[in-house]
Design a protein around this ligand. Sequence first.
Ligand code: 6PG
Length: 472
Amino acid sequence: SAAEIGVIGLGTMGAMLALNIADNGFAVAVHNRTAARIPEFMEKAGDLARRITGHAELEDFVKGLASPRNIILMVPAGDAVDAQIEQLRPLLDVDDMVIDAGNANFHDSERRAKASEEAGVPFLGIGVSGGAEGARFGPSIMGGGTPEAWDRVAHILKAISAKYEGQPCATYMGTGGAGHFVKTVHNGIEYADMQLIAEAYGVMRDGMGMDAAACGAVFDRWNKGLLQSYLIEISGKVSAATDPETGNPMLDMILDRAGQKGTGRWTVIESQMLGAPVPVIEAAVVARNMSAQRDLRLAGAKAFGPTGGAMADGTLSLDDLEQALIAGKVLCYAQGFELLIKARAEYDWDLPMAEIAKVWREGCIIRSAMLNDMASALTDAPEQNLALAPYFADVLRKNVAGLRKVAVVAMGAGQPVPALAAALNYFDTLTSARTTANMLQAQRDYFGAHSFERTDKDGSHHGPWLDQHLQG
Ligand code: 6PG
């Protein structure tokens, strides 16, 4: 019988998603450009293969689907998606739907949604988070497109998604690229969360002289408190692991050069375009970039002598460090949600703020206990900066002292903590009743007659310098 849904692309994510769909009782058709992967996949599917049909030819794959067809693309983001749509669309009927489930740049999803609308064909762009395990056993899904397009497959997406206390983590975010925008911000936060944790690890390793296993034990303990999250959990696990080849801690054998596929950078670019600062995410992206410039760092260490020396005993406690991570995390999420609030206005999306926090509570990489409290805060005040929400303001009051101490001590010892420092600077700026931008305004007026507002009266004004220096 005809399959209810199709999956094109049997890379890790596509294969896991197809198995998940079959596991939830849906008949699924699969296709892969390299046909050899199909029988391999069918074999791995085991018992689930009874609900899966593999097609080496795209035409057969299309014919194997019940009408109107719903086809998930899980191919590398970018040109491959356009190429696949171009190849597929002529084989489809007008009401057949393409669903891009990759990590698309939301501008591409906007463009594809627009082109589909003009052609009168349905299109859905869904952000899928949770890595391979999530795809197989329940990812977090962020949908973008027309409400009708979403409604058509919502029952399948909700069935395969992660559940938080029984509630599916699959939510409609808005039209066009809204789903992929939310997924991009998710990834930006993911970068920042990871960097904050890496910096805490650095303070323990280089500042406190702790070995990987000892760091792991600390992460395990933190995972029982406010920081409880998937990323803290896996940080504990990777810290405890031993390299089978050398018997050394696995972490110590991994080169300090991080990769990235671009979603963190996109978050920063969009934040700059919208004037919604995300400095912790930015610091995280910069840190990855600098990690990748290893030769330059080695030259720097040679020229100036290595930094990052040990901190004197007792200058920092592990409690200080936990506080720093708690405060850093709250501030980083405050920035991420602030970006979503700005995007909501700019792109006319009805982004469901509390629902975004809810869809991230399970399945995705940034899942954490704190997201449930964020959902509550955003339910009460969807447009409020999270740092000012009563619950989180209280968390910050209790934990910013630790963040300040860690940032100051680490920087004093020459240890880079860019994300923690960015979080602290964000906090100190956010709580500044008087910044130094009066100086910027004076400079702008001096060199370009840009004018300024005054503290004592309305209107736009110039300083006494203009006439003098422009007359020469
Ligand atoms: C997720 C992840 C996932 C992927 C990232 C990693 O939500 O499941 O974010 O989408 O692992 O693309 O990104 P980098 O390769 O850029 O670290």
